[in-house]
Write a protein that binds this ligand. Structure first.
Ligand code: COA
Length: 374
């Protein structure tokens, strides 16, 4: 049934107020707690950004050191969760693994009352990479890894668990930067889903489980995996330009382009594009970056559509040896900070979220007994 034109997809509808983030706001652009995204990318670590989002202030040096230690101490997985992860089939999409993992953690480490919500958020932040990579390595390499490593950063922890060795600094730093860029984005679909669930006074694990479900789809977080599939389906920039033009003629969606809020560019793309180029040079890949640029040019020339955060993030991850099906889960490992900040903000001034709908169904019908129906 067609959605009411007036509110289709709630486009342009203000659905609440937030202190956490501005997206494309005139004179501000993308900010987290008032800090410009480019300042954060240039100066902060992802842990500093996580602290900022969750505590509404930048940490002092001592607070940051303590926060990093807290994250490190929360990386271990309970045996029962490891057993569950081992039983999830190898061909499951890792987003479904995280959805189940968080939901299960809610059984064995229930939130209870909300007095420890900050600790629950930190626990989820710390153990999401552990959960993902425990499952991945168990099924890919047939080993049970110890996820409680001593890496100082979440990016380093992730790459260490994935590749079984400490990462090159360029790779660690690039992943750290994408985690900052993905951390928060106001009332996007998954965050809004988390706020709706939170509005019923449900627990944080339920809200995050729902958010993961929303992020999974290709119109939201899943776009980075679809973008990689597209980019790697071409051998040359010329072939890519021709192929994308043909797709546009067929009215296909090109994943990694367009945005509900931004109209001319996505500020995160500049950073991802620069990193993609640097990493391509670092690993000596001479094809995927020019192909990506060719796709970007056709999309702008033909449709005035711009690359969003997901398009160049795809090759950033690919160049550091991350398998494509782990791309969207990385988004989860980052966005957990934004989700948790919104969950806490919703709780601080809660009201059940329950909008109204324009009814466009049939008028009142006369009841027909079952034997008289055709
Ligand atoms: N490829 C091709 N055409 C696109 C497009 C894309 N990526 N994004 C938007 N368009 C077209 C639509 O088909 C539509 O054309 P029409 O007016 O001829 O029907 C027009 O641009 C407006 O798009 P619409 O779907 O109404 O915008 P929206 O605000 O509802 O959707 C997105 C926003 C992000 C869902 C949409 O741009 C999209 O599907 N992008 C691809 C998925 C993606 O990258 N998601 C990650 C977002 S960060």
């Amino acid at each position: 049934m067609a959605a009411s034109k007036k509110t289709g997809g709630l486009a342009g509808v203000t659905a609440g107020a937030t202190h956490i983030c501005t997206v494309g706001k005139e004179g501000a652009g993308l900010t987290y707690r008032g800090y410009d995204i480019y300042d954060l990318v240039d100066n902060a670590s992802f842990e500093e950004v996580a602290y900022l989002l969750l505590h509404d202030k930048l940490p002092t040096e001592a607070e940051l050191v303590a926060y990093i230690e807290k994250i490190k101490a929360n990386r271990g997985l309970p045996d029962a969760l490891q057993t569950v992860l081992e039983t999830i089939p190898a061909d499951t999409h890792p987003m479904d693994v995280l959805r189940t993992g968080i939901s299960y953690l809610g059984n064995i480490e229930p939130e209870g009352d909300f007095s420890n919500q900050g600790d629950v958020a930190d626990r989820l932040l710390a153990c999401l990479p552990s959960m993902l990579l425990y499952w991945h390595r168990f099924h890919t390499d047939d080993i049970r890894i110890d996820t409680a490593t001593d890496d100082d950063s979440i990016a380093g922890h992730f790459l260490h668990l994935l590749h079984d060795k400490a990462p090159e600094e360029l790779h660690r730093k690039s992943l750290d930067t994408t985690l900052i860029l993905y951390a928060e984005h106001e009332f996007n679909a998954s965050t809004f889903a988390a706020r709706v669930i939170t509005g019923t006074l449900s627990d944080m694990h339920s809200a995050v489980t729902g958010a993961i479900g929303a992020l999974r789809g290709p119109l939201h977080g899943g776009a980075n995996e679809a973008a990689m599939a597209l980019i790697s389906s071409f051998d040359t920039p010329e072939e890519a330009a021709k192929g994308v033009r043909a797709m546009l003629e067929r009215k296909d969606l090109i994943m990694g382009f367009g945005h509900r809020v931004y109209t001319t560019s996505d500020p995160r793309n500049t950073v991802n594009k620069k990193m993609s180029r640097a990493l391509a040079a670092d690993v000596g890949n001479t094809t995927l970056y020019p192909i990506s640029e060719a796709v970007e040019k056709v999309m702008w020339d033909e449709k005035k559509l711009f690359a969003n955060a997901d398009f160049f993030a795809a090759t950033v991850y690919h160049f550091m040896g991350i398998p494509t099906h782990l791309f969207t889960p990385i988004f989860v490992c980052s966005r957990i900070t934004g989700w948790a900040a919104h969950i806490m903000e919703q709780r601080a001034d809660n009201k059940l979220i329950r909008p109204a709908a324009d009814y466009i169904g049939p008028g009142l019908q006369k009841w027909v007994a079952i034997q008289d129906r055709t």
